[in-house]
Write a protein of this length. Structure first.
Lengths: 479, 442
């Protein structure tokens, strides 16, 4: 499809701005010629053509509203419309981030109350809403751990990370200058305790553990894991990307974790927006509170909310202002909608749906770990390989059937992984439809593998030449 | 109200298929002692009607100022209606990151167009798909500069937004990068100081333009000094409407240009979400953090878009990635794109109006006794005034339902009783005359 730049017609009528009611500045006297822009090279497109262009682009995209989106570890649940309406209220859109506390009582109340709810849901002593996404929360968490040990004058330089972990974990750890040490998984998909014990020492910060992990499995040995880390004075970090199945059922703060990051755009229903904005709150236990980013939102006895910038040991700020407020309003609205019962039902049904898929697909696809799972299960293309059909082919064929593909080739410890996360907001009939499609694809792989290997066939485009994109990068439009 | 559609009957059927009798048995891997015995202390769920009333009542506790002169990194500009309508197309906003190219051409092409817009405005060769916000983009740029130069020190101008300075500080501390501060004189960087402070150890120099005080930095001259010492120049643009009038920083010698796109179609919303951008030169293509979208072809030779050069990123490179960034601010980047596509060359008018209004206000405030204009050098749409008592000025305005500028005393001790004012095309002469009138009454 043509780009917006190819649709530009210089001189076309576009928007109209009000006439100036003040004397116009004399640019030449304020900006030296060498610093002036001579040509503003932006497209000139009439409004209706702008609307049509982006409407057409939207039709070449796919979201939760268009169909089932079982992308593993991404928790693509229904995004309630009421959340959008609330975030768009003028009372929330207009306040300036540096508004006086007195003028921003509503905004500060949302921050404060959401922090209280997230503390209760996760079992931690404090929550900070500043980070803008999950990985941002991870980095903030790693920085907090660094600050904690610096304050104790302990030199710790290594971070333990399971081989099943998301790539952001080692990358966040590198952001703090820690050396990442990979910990093996055991035969049942959990942490290899012996390997953990071998590597955990007094030069090690701790362990970044995703729980439930990226195989969709709850760490059965969590108590032992925590003990090994804590015995050597380390900290146990929970990557809370997979918080959804634990909602109202169990709390990481009770399981021995010292801190966590959450993804409001996963577990708490805020839309992912095609790649953000998200929000990655961090929860910590008591010993890490002195280091959390400022400002801290506090409440006086008389109910007045205010921002406290005073904590001296704080790591500082990880972004401008206080957080992705619009996203925070949506998560607040979601939690108030569900209440305690609804949260538990969400957690339980996300696990019910995942296990239903696990059992139904087991005869047709190789299941990496045959255990009861939490919110997701990981299959592979092992059974289809003999027909020369790969995970990628299966994923692309699913697009033809009107579904988004699961997460593929991750976690890396499962060769040809197909990671399926249905979430609680999908009905049995939707899930049955997906299961039928998967079974059909398994059958096609056997009987007509070319059909699967050439997929997708009814998308706006066929498979893309990624090699060409990387070898000869074309990253912007040039006339 | 929850969003679980399953009926009791369906729930039973599914449990039976799995081979268990109750929802609780799904959690047998969780040690018993960690299973919650009681309900969470969260208020009972609300119906949509109750919810709307409840949340609206909280929103109503925020004071809305029809007239505001507060900027400092969050700007009120006119937003054409189409921006909201198009970004709320659910195909965009309920989608995940475009991993499946064939089903995500819409988002991928929009990111490619966003990258193009950013390149054109900044004068750089390539731009990424977006960052969280301007401050984190600047912090990432600082780290990128130290990696390119292989030097572990940066020079950070005090004319950079204080929150941005703090963010850079946090990231640099974590990365063991030393920060040296670059002072200012008369509200801009003095070249003499810069010459003294850039050394062979300086990896990057971080400046902002227009700077936090509203004034223009001499980017071209600064770039020469920085490059003579082999350092990287990072220019941060947090009021990007200014780029409609200013020569692109890339054409003036910047090596990395970052900033925040909030001015382009995103409401101030109490601080977020906004969208950071980052652009650089072709030679640093493998050093840039974040996602990149490239144009390529499908198997039938048709134009197609895809995430590319992913070997830089965390999901491939893990601990050796250029950054840990994954989710960025795609929907806000889409808003920026649609804003720019809608405004086109009218962006120049936005910039001229904003600058003219700020100059009108500054000039007339400067005439008021007990108020003086701090900026001795040319400025864009923000400026500082020195007043006798900043608190009383702000409260006088507040009584008249006007939100005055930012009190700089809390950021810079030397700027006690100084206020940073901002004006955009939104502000009318009538509003400004009112401010002048109120402050003229002593």
């Amino acid at each position: 499809m043509k780009t917006i730049f190819e649709k530009s017609v210089p001189g076309q009528s576009t928007v109209q701005l009000p006439k100036s009611d003040v004397p116009e500045i004399k640019i030449n006297s304020l900006i030296p010629s060498a610093y002036q822009r001579k040509k503003l090279n932006l497209p000139v497109v009439s409004k209706i053509n702008v609307v049509r262009h982006y409407t057409k682009l939207s039709q070449r995209n796919f979201g939760v509203d268009q169909g089932f989106y079982p992308l593993g570890s991404c928790t693509m649940k229904y995004n309630p419309r009421i959340n959008e309406d609330m975030a768009a209220l003028p009372g929330f859109c207009y306040p300036h981030p540096l508004a006086d506390d007195k003028d921003a009582q509503g905004g500060l109340e949302i921050y404060y109350e959401l922090e209280q709810y997230l503390k209760e849901i996760t079992g931690f002593d404090a929550v900070v809403l500043q980070p803008a996404a999950g990985a941002h929360g991870e980095a903030t968490g790693a920085m907090l751990m660094k600050a904690y040990f610096e304050n104790r004058k302990e030199k710790r330089t290594k971070m333990l990370i399971p081989d099943a972990a998301h790539g952001t974990n080692p990358a966040s750890s590198s952001l703090c200058g820690f050396e990442s040490i990979t910990i093996k998984s055991n035969a049942e998909g959990g942490i290899d305790l012996k390997d953990l014990e071998k590597h955990m020492d007094k030069e090690t910060v701790g362990l970044m553990l995703t729980n439930p992990n990226t195989l969709g499995l709850f760490e059965r040995n969590i108590k032992k894991v925590a003990k090994i880390i804590h015995k050597k004075g380390g900290l146990l970090y929970c990557d809370g990307a997979n918080m959804n199945p634990m909602l109202g059922v169990t709390r990481p703060g009770d399981q021995g974790f010292d801190l966590i990051q959450l993804n409001l755009h996963k577990s708490f229903s805020t839309p992912h927006g095609g790649g953000g904005p998200g929000s990655g709150p961090v929860g910590v236990n008591k010993k890490l509170i002195p280091f959390i980013p400022t400002p801290i939102i506090k409440k006086r006895k008389n109910g007045f909310y205010y921002r406290d910038y005073s904590p001296q040991k704080s790591i500082g700020k990880v972004r401008a202002f206080m957080g992705n407020f619009g996203v925070i309003v949506k998560a607040y609205t979601y939690i108030r909608s569900l209440g305690s019962n609804g949260l538990r039902r969400a957690g339980q049904h996300s696990v019910l749906n995942a296990n239903y898929i696990r059992v139904k697909l087991m005869p047709h696809y190789h299941l990496a770990y045959n255990r009861i799972c939490m919110h997701e299960s990981v299959f592979s293309d092992k059974k289809q390989q003999k027909y020369d059909v790969s995970t990628l082919d299966i994923a692309k064929r699913l697009l033809d059937y009107g579904y988004h593909a699961p997460t593929i080739y991750f976690p890396m410890i499962v060769h040809g992984a197909i990671m399926i996360e249905p979430n609680e907001t999908e009905s049995k009939s939707t899930i049955d439809g997906f299961i039928d499609a998967m079974i059909q694809i398994a059958k096609e792989s056997k009987e007509n593998p070319e059909l699967v290997k050439s997929a997708p066939n009814n998308m706006p485009i066929t498979r893309v030449n990624e090699l060409k994109a990387a070898r000869d990068p074309n990253l912007k439009w040039e006339e | 109200m929850d969003f679980v559609p399953a009926s009791k009957k369906e729930e039973k059927e599914m449990l039976k298929t799995i081979g268990i009798s109750s929802l609780n048995s799904l959690f047998k891997d969780v040690p018993k002692e960690f299973l919650l015995k009681k309900d969470l202390k969260i208020p009972k769920g609300l119906s949509e009607l109750e919810l709307s009333k409840k949340v609206s009542s909280i929103a109503a506790k925020n004071k809305i100022y029809e007239t505001s002169f507060r900027g400092a990194g969050a700007y009120r500009h006119f937003i054409p209606s189409v921006v909201h309508h198009l970004t709320m197309r659910s195909e965009f906003y309920t989608a995940y990151t475009p991993y499946q190219a064939e089903r995500s051409q819409g988002m991928l092409q929009s990111i490619y167009e966003f990258q193009t817009m950013i390149c054109r405005l900044t004068g750089m060769d390539l731009a990424n798909a977006s960052m969280y916000d301007g401050a984190s983009a600047l912090a990432e740029a600082a780290l990128m500069a130290t990696r390119i130069s292989d030097r572990k020190e940066i020079l950070l101008s005090e004319t950079v937004h204080p929150d941005y300075q703090k963010t850079v500080g946090t990231y640099c501390h974590a990365n063991s990068v030393k920060i040296n501060k670059l002072p200012s004189k008369n509200g801009i960087i003095e070249l003499k100081d810069l010459k003294k402070l850039v050394t062979d150890k300086t990896g990057g120099v971080l400046i902002q333009n227009p700077n936090f005080f509203g004034s223009f930095e001499k980017i071209k001259e600064i770039a020469k000094i920085v490059h003579d010492k082999g350092a990287i120049l990072v220019v941060s643009v947090i009021e990007p409407t200014s780029l409609a009038l200013l020569k692109a920083p890339g054409k003036l010698g910047a090596d990395i240009v970052v900033g925040d796109g909030q001015s382009f179609g995103i409401p101030v919303s109490f601080g977020g979400p906004y969208v950071g951008f980052m652009a650089t030169k072709t030679k640093y293509i493998r050093r840039i953090p974040g996602r990149l979208v490239g144009m390529t072809e499908d198997t039938k030779g048709r134009r197609a878009f895809v995430l590319t050069l992913q070997a830089r990123e965390q999901h491939i490179r893990r601990e050796k990635a250029t950054s840990n960034i994954c989710t960025n601010s795609a929907l806000c980047a889409l808003a920026v794109l649609i804003y720019l596509a809608t405004m086109g060359d009218k962006l120049k008018e936005v910039a001229k109006l904003s600058m003219s209004k700020a100059h009108y206000l500054a000039k007339n405030l400067n005439k008021v006794s007990e108020i003086s204009l701090f900026n001795k050098k040319p400025f864009y749409n923000e400026f500082i005034i020195k007043v006798k008592n900043s608190k009383s000025v702000l409260s006088k305005l507040k009584k008249n339902n006007i939100e005055g500028g930012v009190d700089l005393g809390k950021y810079y001790p030397k700027f006690k009783d100084h206020l940073l004012f901002c004006a955009t095309e939104i502000n009318t002469r009538e509003e400004m005359d009112k401010v002048i009138k109120i402050l003229s009454r002593s």
